[in-house]
Design a protein around this ligand. Sequence first.
Ligand code: GLC
Length: 497
Amino acid sequence: MLKKKLKILMASAEIAPFAKVGGLADVVGSLPPALKKLGCDIRLVMPLYGSIDREKYGLKKIGSGIEIYFGSGIAKINLWQAKLPGTSVIAYFIEHAAYFAAKEIYAKKNNAERFLFFSLACLYILPTVKFKPDVIHCHDFHTALIPNLLKVSSYEYFKNIKTLFTIHNLNYQGKTEIEVLSTGNLTKDSLKSLTQDARDGDINFMVQGVLNSGLINTVSPTYAKEITTSFYGASLDNIIKKRKNDLCGILNGIDVKIFNPQKDKFIKQKYSVGSLNKKTLNKLFLQKQFGLPENKGIAVIGIVSRLAWQKGFELITEEIVKNLDCQFAVLGTGQPKYEKQLRQITKKYPDKFSAQIKFDIKLAQQVYAGSDMFLMPSRFEPCGLGQMIAMRYGAVPVVRAVGGLADTVSDFGFRISDPASRCGASFGFKISDLQNATGFVFKKFDLDSLYQALERALFVYYEKPKDWRQLRINGMKKDFSWGNSAKEYLKLYKKLI
Ligand code: GLC
């Protein structure tokens, strides 16, 4: 326990279970209780979107008509409060209809403006709730201008508040017209970093967060290294390099209370390492849910994902589906072109491939519980939570060696052309023995590499059932809870103050 309670405010556009699009929500919804356990006074703040169920989560209004002075005048906000479900962590919600009444977290346009307003509001509510944080922990571009706002403010209350900026995804940068700055009472002359940024005609929120926050981290050690290269740096590698001494990677955890096959209420049959055979019932149920032939003998490959460029759906082709002896159960929503592609494959190979184009938390957990393998062929992956959840549910991940996938999945290293030898090295992987291996990893982002990885996995699944069982057990026994990572975050907070 800490001697003095560290006060932390975490500001995020998404927090599970209140409002979620992707992994950002899961992280901000599950890291705080672990920090609380370590003795932090941690509070959360997010916008009150129209989709947030006030009754279900017991939101209470704690402030009305709080005035925010900004560019074009005075805006009024209401402030609501609730506890993060199942915990004692306080979450604040900023109500401002003009920006947040819609159900969607992300609007078609003006996101930079909406979230700059939110960032400003995060500061304005502090005196009202009488909370002066030691550190404001900002997440992704949406809250990346909080450090700027603190730097330019002369308000005594904000003095000495430090900032940590966590990058969950460098590719969403919040590029916007310079005029939007006025929403935060800023101009291009407010800070040197803004003047420089404005030279190319726009302002990039991500750039500002990187340059102005006290410390920066990404959500896995490998991604922290990758983003200093031109290949993964999303055109910001040179900016990131300027701060490389203040940058580190901390692996995400998952909420092991929610993702627990022994207790999961959403799945057909609960099971554990000791009763792995019961997983078969979940598999048959999954096949039924997805309209696939119910056959416990065939390998089922699960995918749960946002359908975005990052996730590598170009590699999920008809050819792969046609040639491999397995079934695919795919769940996700996102870019229309990927939705279309998945619908087309479903139509063409209804006995082997089934995609449900929706966001469905319950069905997602059923996919993890019912699949034999879990596929993530990502182009880049800052951390990735799906592979960890899959391992916890005894589904063996097949992943590309990038970012957090490389940090969490250990390759079995089995070569199909020479089944007697574990010669992962010839694929360019480190050889991992059966004691430690948890999945199948491929390096290059191309069809051949994915195909080979799936072939290797299917070979072990069909021909080496004992090894397969061990792989699943290895994954299920891994500790993906937040304990260790929360300690790393605590170290960063302490370094800041
Ligand atoms: C983003 C990243 C994903 C990461 C998540 C939580 O969604 O794309 O890799 O796991 O944020 O940090």
